[in-house]
Design a protein around this ligand. Sequence first.
Ligand code: NAD
Length: 332
Amino acid sequence: MKITFFSTKPYDKEFFDKVNKDFNFELEYFETHLGPHILNVIEHSDAVCAFVNDTLNAEVLESLSKKGMKYIALRCAGFNNVDLEAAKRLGIRVSRVPAYSPEAVAEHAMAMILTLNRKTHKAYNRVREQNFSLNGLMGFNLYQKTIGVIGTGNIGTAFAKIAKGFGAKILAYDITENQELKDLGIEYVSMDELLSQSDIISLHCPLMDATHHLINKESISKMKENVMLINTSRGGLIDTKAVIDGLKSKHIGYLGIDVYEQEEKLFFRDLSHTIIEDDTIQRLMSFPNVLVTAHQAFFTEEALHQIATSTLTSLSNFEANNEFENPNAVLV
Ligand code: NAD
């Protein structure tokens, strides 16, 4: 099988080449995003391996189908960038990596909380300039604070367990409750209760119609004053303009985002010599209480190894018409 990769970075190539020694697929790598602009480069390929910001809408899928493409393997968990209905209609099988390392993302969410709270990024720079003053660095104890977790799937569950380890009270909201968390004493409450009682809110639900702009003017108005909001899930969960208003009015005290609605024009690239035209991200980055990381929550050695193994295993299963060990890996 020949697999054509898009949005490839050096680390993708390193891990996929290593893992492919057990599969012997033909791998072809492109650095560019997948979208209508690049379809002409694809030749005699059986599968596309795509990432979070690749475009797999009906138009792209139809062109891929005409080129004989049989499989799409997403090397990520979220699949909001794929038109699954179109894939089904065209007979293209689609897989994803449902749970490569939930701890990688959950630990990054906690890293964002600790950084925003204890301001270690500011302390690091300050001390290097021989400024040993503590003014402006005061944080708060996580112990006995209330942390709200929205979405308690693989990542939300891992995050809730970590947060519980700090001695915080954990509130959870999900459309389905996880018994394992209930057994740990984690309480499921309504969304309104979670919003109004939490000192910190961390988002771990997928982006879909029902969750688009879940955090908006109205939901922010229900939150505690000075709340900390963390989003390592998908940018579209947050109405960024409403969050900026919340930061300006000081209703939101801290914001940590690893994902951003318009991230496909920015993230995973070095734009240090470029004029960024996106005024919204520039405004966000101007707040001293906002931490932006560029979709790096998944980025651990363990996760990259697991992503490569799971992606190539799915393609091998498709090809051999095998049963999938984890049915959640198959989307179509
Ligand atoms: P998952 O499918 O295991 O869990 C998602 C949970 O959200 C489920 O329990 C589901 O019931 C719940 N949910 C669905 N609709 C909901 C709603 N309307 N309100 C509340 N909860 C709802 O997924 P996961 O592996 O935990 O991943 C969660 C998300 O994290 C993914 O969708 C992806 O977008 C994001 N993610 C980000 C990174 C990163 O690097 N930043 C990496 C991996 C995944």
